[in-house]
Ligand binder design. Structure first.
Ligand code: DI6
Ligand code: FE
Length: 405
C-alpha cells in the first residue's frame, strides 16, 4: 500500500466542481500517495514524482471510480419466476396472493445465513465492480425482524472484506410490512424505532436510515417517526419517495435534511423547492422505471432548474430492478430521462458521492480524496453513456492500488 504511483498519458474527467462540465484535462496525470490522490491535473503541472510505479495510460480516459448510491444488493433467492408470471399477464396482487413478491424474498432471506447472503450478493457486486464501481451502497430491508436485519447489514459490511470496494450500509427496516405484523403497521414501526434503530446504531452497522414512503409501504406519519428515531441516534436519513404516488415524502425528507430522496417520478414543484432548499440529492433510478414500465417521468427539468443535484443508481433488487450495470443505468438515464452525458457521469460519481455524504472522500479526482479510479478504453466520455451491453473498462484502482476486481 505504501509509496507512490503515477498514471500519465491519460485524459481526465475530474468532475472537480471548480472546473466546468466534466472537468476535462487533456494529457493529464494522477499521482497517488499512500492511497490518496496527491495530484490530478495537466501532466505539465505534476510535481516531480520519484514514483515507484509509473503507469502509461496510452491516451485512455480516467474518471473517478463509479459509485452506486442505491442498491438492495443483499438478498436470497430470485424472482425470475414472478417475472415470467407477469409476462404472462399476472397482476402484482395475484403474485403476492400466491406467496410471491417482496414477501418471498423476505422468506428466502430469513432462511439464509450470513455467509450465504454474502455468497449470493458477490456475483452482483462483481458485476458492478467489473464496470469500474469502487463504492456501493447496500440497504437492508429483506429481513424485517431485528435479528434478520442485523444479519443482512453484517453480510453487507462483510462484502468489503471480500472485494476491493467501499460499502456503505443503509438500514431500511421500514421497507415492507412483515407477515407477522399484518394489519398492524404502527406496531411494526414501534419495533423499527424502539428496537431496531437503537440496535443498529449501537452496533455501528448503518451509515444512514431509509424508508419506503408509499401507499404499499409506510405513511408519511410513520416515516416521520422513523426519521425522528434516526435523528435521535445520530444517523442521517434518505427516502424512497414519490415512486408510485405523491405522498410529499421528498418534502418530509428535506425537512430532516435528508442526504437524498430517491425515485421521484411523482415529485411536484413544492417537493423540488424543498429539496433545493435543504441540498437533498435527487437519486434517479431509471432501471426501476424501465423494468416496471413506468410512464410518469421524474420532473427532470424542474430539478435542473432548481439546481437540485441529481445522482443515478441501479436500485438493484429482485422485484423492480434486477440491474447490476451503472453503464446501462447511464444509458437509460440519457434515453429515458434525457439527462446529458455530463449529468449522467456526474450522477454516478460526484453526485452519487454527495448522496452518500462521501464527497470529502470520493466522487471526483481532487487532491486529498481516496485514489479510486476507473480507466477506460474510450475515445470520448460520451461512449460510456452511448453504448449498451459493452464494457470498455481497462483497469480499476481502489485506494491507489490496481485491481482486476
Ligand atoms: N421500492 C421498490 O420498487 C422495491 N423496493 C422499494 O422500496 C421493491 C422491492 C421488491 O419488490 O423486492
Ligand atoms: Fe430501492
Amino acid at each position: 500500500m505504501s509509496g507512490e504511483t503515477l498514471w500519465f498519458n491519460a485524459h481526465l474527467a475530474t468532475l472537480a466542481p471548480d472546473r466546468p462540465g466534466l472537468g476535462l484535462i487533456e494529457d493529464g496525470a494522477v499521482l497517488a500517495r499512500e492511497g490518496r490522490i496527491a495530484f490530478a491535473g495537466p501532466r505539465a503541472d505534476c510535481p516531480p514524482a520519484p514514483a515507484a510505479r509509473r503507469v502509461d495510460c496510452e491516451s485512455r480516459w480516467i474518471t473517478p471510480g463509479l459509485i452506486d448510491p442505491h442498491t438492495h444488493l443483499v438478498f436470497a433467492g430470485d424472482r425470475a419466476q414472478e417475472f415470467e408470471l407477469r409476462l404472462a399477464g399476472a397482476a402484482y396482487e395475484d403474485i403476492a396472493r400466491a406467496g410471491g413478491g417482496i414477501v418471498s424474498t423476505v422468506r428466502a432471506t430469513r432462511a439464509a445465513g450470513e455467509r450465504e447472503l454474502v455468497a449470493a450478493a458477490l456475483p452482483r457486486l462483481d458485476a458492478l465492480i467489473a464496470e469500474g464501481a469502487t463504492t456501493v451502497e447496500v440497504k437492508s430491508g429483506y429481513g424485517l425482524s431485528l435479528a434478520d436485519e442485523l444479519k443482512l447489514l453484517r453480510a453487507a459490511r462483510a462484502l468489503a472484506a471480500e472485494r476491493s470496494v467501499r460499502i456503505r450500509t443503509t438500514f431500511l427496516g421500514a421497507h415492507a410490512l412483515p407477515p407477522e405484523f399484518a394489519g398492524d403497521p404502527d406496531g411494526y414501526i414501534d419495533l423499527v424505532c424502539r428496537e431496531m434503530i437503537p440496535a443498529v446504531a449501537a452496533e455501528g452497522l448503518a451509515d444512514a436510515v431509509d424508508a419506503f414512503c408509499e401507499g404499499i409501504g409506510f405513511t408519511p406519519a410513520q416515516t416521520r417517526r422513523v426519521f425522528e428515531a434516526a435523528r435521535a441516534h445520530g444517523l442521517p436519513v434518505k427516502l424512497h419517495a414519490e415512486q408510485l404516488s405523491n405522498l410529499r415524502g421528498a418534502a418530509l425528507a428535506a425537512e430532516f435534511g435528508a442526504l437524498s430522496a430517491d425515485h421521484l417520478e411523482h415529485l411536484d414543484e413544492a417537493g423540488v423547492a424543498a429539496m433545493a432548499r435543504s441540498g437533498t440529492v435527487a437519486t434517479l433510478l431509471p432501471g426501476a422505471f424501465y423494468f416496471v414500465r413506468e410512464t410518469q417521468l421524474p420532473p427532470i427539468a424542474a430539478l435542473r432548474e432548481a439546481g437540485v443535484p441529481m445522482a443515478l443508481a441501479t436500485d438493484c433488487n429482485p422485484g423492480t430492478s434486477p440491474l447490476t450495470s451503472l453503464l446501462l443505468t447511464m444509458n437509460m438515464a440519457a434515453t429515458l430521462f434525457r439527462l446529458t452525458v455530463e449529468e449522467c457521469l456526474a450522477g454516478v460519481t460526484r453526485e452519487a458521492a454527495r448522496a452518500l455524504g462521501l464527497l470529502a472522500e470520493a466522487g471526483t479526482l481532487e487532491p486529498g480524496k481516496r485514489c479510486d479510479l476507473a480507466i477506460w478504453d474510450i475515445g470520448r466520455p460520451a461512449e460510456l453513456v452511448y453504448r449498451m451491453g459493452f464494457n470498455p473498462l481497462h483497469a480499476r484502482v481502489f485506494g491507489g492500488e490496481t485491481w482486476t476486481r
